[in-house]
Each structure stands twice: as structure tokens, then as C-alpha cells.
Design a protein around this ligand. Structure first.
Ligand SMILES: Cc1cc2nc3c(=O)[nH]c(=O)nc-3n(C[C@H](O)[C@H](O)[C@H](O)COP(=O)(O)OP(=O)(O)OC[C@H]3O[C@@H](n4cnc5c(N)ncnc54)[C@H](O)[C@@H]3O)c2cc1C
Length: 332
């Protein structure tokens, strides 16, 4: 995929206007293929379906870049309700959170206080909470918050992105903590991150192997079968127990492969996002894989029985696309 296409979708993912509009639209553009629902109830079914196949889940109550305390409080309350639901329904499931949803951009201490409320409840239910890693402008602050939290809690972890030059150094500092390893989803400058896919992949494999040889649990989060196959072989060669790691993939991606890995005895965890704040998440998925556009076009233009949609739907989609394009051009 060209960088232009990637930059285009990343640009859209950051548009506050479109994110706000999308909450009013509900799921359009095929977002329901990658986002499990808008309410806690709707997502429980998706978790149960995965659990029945021996797959655990991590739930992400979608939302990011919150600049208002009311909204951050609301997000925290929603997350506490999710923890109650996981506990009451005995789901095999942990939590993924974004610190900018919990007030990182408002005030770091306020964000820490919100996280402590969440971790207290999670600890009571023995639920692990993973802090997603966002763009590099939030990186240091995220690690600061994490360092404060890890002094009091052992049920918290975070994500390391292999596109960052400093990933190896940070990973070695976090060698005793449960970590999710990813390639990285944001557009970062060449001053801090590899831009070449081969470099990112090579670093991912190197870091994954280092973690697998260490003592702490690692979530290997990728849809890349080349990497998964190489790591499976590495695990076999080094007689590494399957209890030391899990594979993770996003909801709606490579479902057959998710099932197969679980059937073959690997720990597997599906990352399930839900909620009406779906736009930024969805645009980042388009940035990663242009083939996902096929789903959008099919969803926007055709009915379920493959007939061409008419009138307002096409108009709405065209307007949304034109607005998005205009905003993106204006931003450049
Ligand atoms: C569970 C999970 C959690 C994540 N959390 C974060 C986070 O906190 N912070 C962050 O920055 N990023 C996060 N990401 C996103 C991550 O950083 C990458 O942007 C994203 O996973 C794309 O990289 P990839 O390794 O999956 O494969 P890619 O590099 O996108 O693809 C590599 C190859 O895999 C194959 N492939 C990939 N997808 C498919 C598909 N759907 N169907 C068929 N073949 C396919 C293709 O051959 C492709 O060329 C997360 C990803 C996952 C899976």
C-alpha cells in the first residue's frame, strides 16, 4: 500500500469533526464487521461465542482523545460496568483501555486517579487491564502513568510498538511486565520510527523472540502469518511452553486463522472493540489494509441480496466521502 493511502486514512482517523459525526451516523461503511456492537450487552454475545471456541477476549470500550472531564468520567463508569459484567457473567476476558479516553490530555494526575479506580475494581475480580499504546505524542506520558501504576498494581500491562527505534530499550525495562507486542498503527516521524515495513517486521520478530526466551507472559498481536509461522517454529525449536504467550488478533480479522490457532493448542485472544466512537479505530484499520475498502464499497453500494442500493444511502455515503476528502485536503 502506498504511504499516500495510509496517510489519508490516518488523517481521517484524527478528524474530530468526522469522529463526532460518526457517533450520530451509527455503524455505516461496514464498521460492524470490525466493531462488535454499541452496548455492553451486544458485546457479551461476541465474547461468549469466542469463549465457546476456547478463545479468550480483551474488550475495548472505544474512545480516545477526550478533552472534557464529563466525557472521561462517563468512559470510566462504562469501563467499571464492563468489569462488573465480565465478573458476573464469568467471561474469559480482560480489558484494554486508552489513556486519552480517561483524561491523559486533561491532566495526568486525574488520569492516574481514573486508572486507579479501574484497577482497584479489576483487581477485586482478578481481571487484567492492558493500556493500549497510542501515538508517539502520548508515549512518554503513557509510560509515566504506567510506572506510577505498577508500583501499586500487578494487574496492569501495556503495549510496545516494534516500529519505534526505542522499542527494544523500553521492552528491556519492562521485562517483568506482561506486554502486548504490535507493529504500531499510527503515522510517526522518521526521527522516532522505522518507516520501512521490512525493518518493522524484522524488529517485531527480534523483540518477540527476546520476550519468548524471557520469563514474562507476552501477547503477540499480529495478523501476519509469516511472522506467526516463524514464531511457531521458534517456540518448537526452543521448547518454549505455550503458557508463556498468546497470539492476539482484532475482531473480524482472519477469523479462520484465529480459530485454527486455538484449535491447534495455542492460547488465543481476540481484541473486541465496541461502542459508538468507532470512526478513528475503523480508519486505522483501513490504513493498514486497503482490501478492507472492498467491504466498505460493498456495504455502501449493495443490499444483502446483492442489489444496488438507491437514493439516500448512496447520497449519504458520497457526502461522507466528499466531506472526508475535503477535510483531509484542507488539513494538508
Ligand atoms: C490485538 C491487537 C492489538 C493492537 N493494539 C495496538 C496498540 O495498542 N497500539 C498500536 O499502535 N497498534 C495496535 N495494534 C495494531 C498494530 O500495531 C498493527 O497496526 C496492525 O496489527 C497491523 O499489522 P499486522 O502485524 O497485523 O500485519 P500487517 O503488517 O498489516 O500485514 C502483514 C501481512 O499479513 C497478512 N495480512 C494482514 N492482515 C490480513 C488479513 N486481514 N487478511 C489476510 N491477510 C492479512 C498480509 O499478507 C500482510 O501483508 C494492535 C493489533 C492487534 C492485532
Amino acid at each position: 500500500m502506498t504511504n499516500v493511502t495510509r496517510d489519508f486514512f490516518i488523517g481521517l482517523s484524527n478528524s474530530k469533526f468526522l469522529n463526532a459525526q460518526a457517533k450520530k451516523w451509527g455503524f455505516v461503511l461496514g464498521a460492524d464487521k470490525f466493531v462488535a456492537g454499541t452496548t455492553i450487552q451486544s458485546v457479551v454475545d461476541a465474547v461468549k461465542e469466542q469463549n465457546a471456541k476456547g478463545i479468550s477476549c480483551t474488550l475495548d470500550n472505544l474512545g480516545e482523545f477526550v478533552s472534557d472531564k464529563g466525557e472521561a468520567n462517563q468512559a470510566k463508569e462504562q469501563i467499571l460496568a464492563i468489569l462488573d459484567t465480565i465478573n458476573k457473567q464469568n467471561l474469559d476476558c480482560h480489558l484494554s483501555v486508552k489513556l486519552t479516553q480517561l483524561g491523559l490530555d486533561i491532566d495526568q494526575d486525574y488520569c492516574i486517579a481514573n486508572m486507579k479506580d479501574i484497577l482497584d475494581t479489576a483487581k477485586q475480580y482478578s481481571i487484567f487491564v492492558n493500556i493500549d499504546m497510542e501515538d508517539y505524542s502520548h508515549y512518554e506520558a503513557t509510560l509515566d502513568v504506567l510506572n506510577e501504576l505498577r508500583e501499586h498494581y500487578d494487574n496492569v500491562g501495556t503495549v510496545i510498538q516494534s516500529y519505534l527505534y526505542r522499542a527494544e530499550e523500553d521492552l528491556s525495562r519492562l521485562k517483568d511486565m506482561r506486554i502486548r507486542l504490535v507493529k504500531g498503527a499510527y503515522k510517526e516521524s522518521e526521527e522516532v520510527a522505522f518507516s520501512d515495513k521490512q525493518d518493522i517486521d524484522r524488529n517485531f520478530i527480534k523483540l518477540a523472540k527476546q520476550r519468548l526466551l524471557g520469563n514474562t507472559f507476552t501477547s503477540i498481536a499480529t495478523h501476519d502469518h509469516h511472522i506467526i509461522n516463524e514464531l511457531k517454529a521458534f517456540v518448537d525449536e526452543n521448547a518454549i511452553g505455550t503458557d508463556k504467550f498468546e497470539f492476539q488478533m482484532l475482531y473480524g480479522f482472519r477469523n479462520d486463522m484465529q480459530d485454527k490457532l486455538a484449535e491447534n493448542g495455542y492460547n488465543f485472544c481476540t481484541y473486541i472493540p465496541f461502542g459508538d466512537d468507532w470512526f478513528g479505530y475503523f480508519m486505522r484499520r483501513l490504513a493498514e489494509r486497503p482490501q478492507n475498502m472492498n467491504l466498505i464499497m460493498k456495504d455502501a453500494l449493495y443490499t444483502e441480496d446483492n442489489r444496488l442500493k438507491k437514493g439516500p444511502v448512496i447520497a449519504g455515503t458520497a457526502i461522507a466521502a466528499a466531506t472526508a476528502l475535503t477535510l483531509w485536503r484542507r488539513k494538508k
